[in-house]
Design a protein around this ligand. Structure first.
Ligand code: NAG
Ligand code: NAG
Ligand code: NAG
Ligand code: NAG
Ligand code: NAG
Ligand code: NAG
Ligand code: NAG
Length: 426
């Protein structure tokens, strides 16, 4: 009896939570979709199958909402009731905001893309509390006021911060944002000196278009304000011999970094070519067991590489754009174009597998070797996800081999690879 009752309540709770997301989406459509771009959003189908909507595995909550280029207008505030969202992308619409946006309820949000809209107001509040955030893109809007740079440095997972083409003002006083891989505040109304760490890590195009911003990276000397002592500009070393000393040291630092990079590059190319050579030699021997080549290290976070030279992180893979090539018996295959232009084929295993089973699966795939198939390059395995990475062969022989006769071509849809995988990444 108690069990029945608790199941009843469980169902009640799950039903009510999903109907909330359902209602939220419907009221969003009613207020924002004046061109009826969201015609699939009708109550004759489950909301998890609607355009741009991705749900969790038990189809109760919306985890991803990707609505790009759809002429949507009005406010997005109602969407903050979709509390399980991991990815929110509303790029290239006509959204606006009458007051400051507040995203504090989206505690699980990892990716926030709002670029190319008419949003205005201050930097959205609550964003600095979203501890899982990885990428923020507010570019090409009309946001104004100061950028909360110091609070943003507390977001430990943050990788990119794109704020270009807005009306942000104030200075860039912070020194810890250098951990970012992408940073752009060009075409704003910022002022003051660019802190040295920022100018060492990001190119001038990250800062251009701010009339009152100055610093070495922009080739624009900072003039010490004469009267105001309370100005947040750092104290400048007096022009003259102090300046020379300083730039001398800067040159030394840059030189050191350059030398290190060149040395690392050289080492990389050397190792790379050696591996390529080995690979070419071994290509004749086709039936070689995969396991003899690979490093049998099972790592929960990083991709494990078998051979080849190009290395990348899971994150790099996820942020690339992906196109589904087809679905087969073993899983789904995607063509993924990485930011650096590399193209790989990623096969995503259909079911979650236990660690023990993975070895078997790899053997199975190793058995598929053929002169048209380039070796398995890497795999990524976590508790929920198994991704197998191959070189891309444009002639199509790879996927026909991988899928056998069961290959069913699908309409190619270019998507961010993350939007395909994200709900499984924890
Ligand atoms: C659905 O899955 C989520 C996790 O993704 C879980 O928190 C929730 O309890 C599940 N609900 C049902 C009804 O299974
Ligand atoms: C969809 O739901 C709305 C109320 O939310 C109702 O007015 C409408 O008749 C429903 N349409 C269909 C096709 O069921
Ligand atoms: C967006 O609206 C414009 C008119 O304002 C129209 O020409 C265009 O086709 C619409 N685009 C979409 C994707 O609906
Ligand atoms: C975008 O919204 C503004 C008002 O916010 C409106 O004047 C303009 O026509 C809209 N553009 C499109 C393409 O719908
Ligand atoms: C930034 O702009 C706002 C008005 O939009 C103004 O009140 C504020 O003083 C400016 N801050 C700086 C540092 O210029
Ligand atoms: C940019 O800031 C200056 C003051 O620093 C102010 O006079 C100007 O109006 C601002 N421009 C915009 C577009 O906000
Ligand atoms: C920053 O944004 C501007 C404007 O969109 C672009 O031209 C520039 O290449 C970007 N720079 C970086 C480093 O992303």
């Amino acid at each position: 009896m108690r069990m029945k009752l608790s199941i009843f309540f469980f169902l009640l709770i799950s039903l009510s939570s999903s109907s909330t997301d359902f209602q939220t989406l419907l009221s969003f459509k009613a207020s924002s979709d004046h061109y009826n771009s969201l015609s699939s959003w009708s109550n004759s189908t489950h909301f998890c199958s609607w355009l741009g909507v991705t749900c969790n595995s038990n189809i109760t909550r919306v985890t991803q909402l990707v609505l790009q280029n759809l002429n949507l207008t009005g406010s997005v505030q109602v969407l903050t009731q979709l509390k399980q969202l991991r990815l929110l992308s509303l790029k290239h619409n006509n959204f606006s905001s009458s007051s400051n946006l507040d995203f504090s309820s989206l505690q699980n949000l990892k990716l926030l893309y709002l670029s190319h809209n008419q949003f205005s107001g201050n930097f959205p509040s609550g964003v600095i509390q979203l501890l899982r955030l990885r990428r923020i893109d507010l570019s090409h809007n009309q946001f104004f006021g100061e950028i909360p740079l110091t609070p943003l440095t507390h977001l430990r997972h943050l990788l990119t911060l794109r704020l270009e083409s807005n009306y942000f003002n104030g200075s860039l006083q912070t020194d810890t944002l250098k951990a970012l891989e992408g940073f752009n505040v060009s075409d704003n109304n910022l002022s003051g000196e660019i802190p040295r760490p920022l100018s060492l890590f990001f190119p001038s195009s990250s800062f251009e278009g701010n009339e009152n911003l100055c610093g070495e990276v922009l080739g624009k000397k900072c003039v010490k304000p004469t009267a105001k002592n309370d100005h947040p500009l750092p104290v400048e070393i007096p022009i003259g011999h102090g300046k020379k000393k300083l730039s001398g040291r800067a040159i030394l630092v840059i030189l050191l970094i350059d030398v290190t990079i060149v040395a690392l590059l050289g080492l990389g190319i050397f190792l790379c070519c050696r591996m390529m050579k080995k690979r070419k030699e071994s290509r004749g021997v086709e039936k070689k067991n995969v396991e003899s080549k690979k490093r049998v290290v099972y790592d929960n976070e990083e991709i494990v590489f078998f051979e080849g030279c190009k290395r990348f992180k899971v994150d790099e893979l996820l942020k690339s754009s992906a196109e589904m090539l087809g679905k087969g018996n073993v899983g789904t295959t995607y063509k993924v174009v990485m930011d650096n232009g590399d193209v790989v084929v990623v096969k995503r295993a259909k079911e979650r597998r236990k660690k023990k089973e993975i070895g078997g699966l790899l053997k199975e795939i190793g058995g598929l070797r053929h002169h048209n198939i380039v070796s398995l390059r890497a795999f990524y395995g976590s508790r929920d996800e198994l991704l197998l990475v191959y070189d891309y062969l444009p002639n199509g022989s790879l996927h026909s081999l991988l899928h056998g006769n069961s290959f069913s071509p699908l309409q190619p849809v270019f998507k961010k690879f993350t939007s395909i995988l994200l709900y499984n990444v924890h």
